[in-house]
Design a protein around this ligand. Structure first.
Ligand code: HEM
Length: 399
């Protein structure tokens, strides 16, 4: 018996952002909570910060195979023994990650800053005369699509089109035609095959060439390995970054004093503000692991084979770490050791440094150039149990 309905698989629970009332109850009363799953075996919902960190850091006990999402199914896709970076474990994971890691280190992100700033300028140039637009579609979503297209060495328009495919892949099954998600994956793979062929025939200085020509322990990566990497890279940085920017602006609109404080010294205060918005929004709702052996968490016995789900948005409000002000937006918060990019284990977000540069650049450009920017209608949230953020946020502004 619970004093509150716990429904973490219900899109309704996420229709206005994350269900912080459910999370608070779980953290206080049942931090390792058994949650039923209508079409599956059920899972442990883990809501405390220290448990989330412990699971993410222990890949030997908590495996990313077969999936980091709650359902086991792969949408009918046959990829044999091939594994995506995010759904494999060390040592296989270590080899794949090493392959791309240098393209994402802080030095690489720093080198990309001027380019990312010019993209931010272009995005705002394209809307500034309109006086109004959808912050999600017309501003926040474009930035990650352009950046990953640049990194992979493909045209920006293709980055935007591929990103739309990922939206179909993640859409709630009832909101798209039957088979649409699989169709979108196949379309993505078809496009990726073209890139693979082109980059092998005419190598360039980009991430797609690097993966297309790679070997691990003497084994060349094949087309399926390439396709899975390509899909992950298009996917992982897209709606996460978009939702942080749009959700972040929604939060700022709702906290005008905080927005005014930030605007007083944008450059000096943006660093801590971005970290707080990451904590506040936590665009990735959860990552799942699967127990490889019987184990115990907070006194609860977890059996080998059971699903264990880390709720980042909950960990990011845990009073044990963020004190009594965890439920308040404080753009000056310090320290702010949030887990929006993961709890620090082997899968910790490889794109974190680049994401920060993107978020910083676009928010700075937006807040400097869109005069008196304000909402022009209600924010509509994505009814997703996996990725949190606005679906539409109409805004108006002067110049
Ligand atoms: C606000 C933006 C972002 C958020 C909140 C976010 C969050 C996350 C989280 C929570 C994970 C899993 C961590 C774990 O399991 O320990 C992850 C993994 C990953 N992210 Fe991000 N991410 C963001 C942006 C990006 C960007 C811009 C890129 C690429 C350009 C990216 C690429 C990846 C990849 C490839 C992985 C898998 C890493 C692995 O399995 O080793 N992410 N991200």
């Amino acid at each position: 018996m619970t004093a509150i309905d716990i429904a973490l698989l219900s899109p309704e629970s996420f229709a206005h952002g994350q269900p912080h009332d459910q999370f608070a109850w779980l953290r206080a009363n049942d931090p390792v909570h058994w949650h039923d799953e209508p079409d599956g075996s059920g899972f442990w919902a883990v809501t405390r910060y220290r448990d989330v960190k412990a699971i993410g850091r222990d890949a030997a006990t908590f495996s990313s195979i077969p999936s980091i999402m709650i359902p086991d199914g792969e949408g009918g896709l046959e990829v044999g023994d091939h594994k995506m970076l995010i759904t494999t474990d060390p040592p296989h994971h270590t080899g794949l990650r090493k392959l791309v890691a240098t393209e994402f280190i802080p030095k690489a992100a720093k080198a990309m800053r001027p380019r990312i700033e010019s993209l931010a300028k272009r995005i705002i140039d394209d809307v500034i005369d309109k006086g109004e637009c959808d912050l999600v579609e017309d501003i926040a979503g474009l930035m990650p699509s352009y950046v990953i297209a640049d990194m992979l060495g493909i045209p920006h328009e293709d980055g935007v089109a591929l990103y739309r495919l990922t939206e179909t892949i993640h859409a709630a099954p009832e909101s798209v035609a039957q088979g649409a998600a699989l169709g979108a994956v196949l379309e993505m793979f078809n496009y990726a095959r073209g890139v693979w062929e082109q980059k092998r025939a005419e190598p360039a200085d980009d991430l797609a060439t690097l993966i297309a020509q790679a070997s691990i322990d003497g084994h060349e990566l094949d087309l399926i390995d390439f396709n899975l990497f390509f899909l992950l890279l298009i996917d992982a940085g897209g709606d996460t970054t978009r939702n942080l920017v749009a959700g972040g602006m929604d939060a700022l609109f709702g906290h005008p004093k905080q927005l005014a404080w930030l605007a007083e010294d944008l450059d000096g205060r943006m660093g801590s503000a971005v970290e707080e918005l990451l904590r506040w929004i936590s665009p990735v709702v959860y990552m799942r692991r699967t127990a490889t052996r019987d184990t115990e968490l907070d006194g609860v016995t977890i059996a080998a084979g059971q699903k264990v789900v880390m709720y980042y948005g909950s960990a990011n409000r845990d009073p044990e770490v963020f004190g009594a002000t965890g439920d308040e937006l404080d753009l000056a918060r310090s320290p702010n050791d949030h887990v929006a990019f993961g709890g620090g284990g082997p899968h910790f977000c490889v794109g974190a440094h680049i994401a920060r540069v993107e978020i910083h650049s676009i928010l700075r450009e937006l807040l400097t150039r869109l005069v008196d920017v304000q909402p022009a209608g209600p924010t509509e949230w994505l009814p997703s149990t996996f990725i949190s953020g606005p679906k539409h946020l109409p805004i108006r502004f002067g110049r």
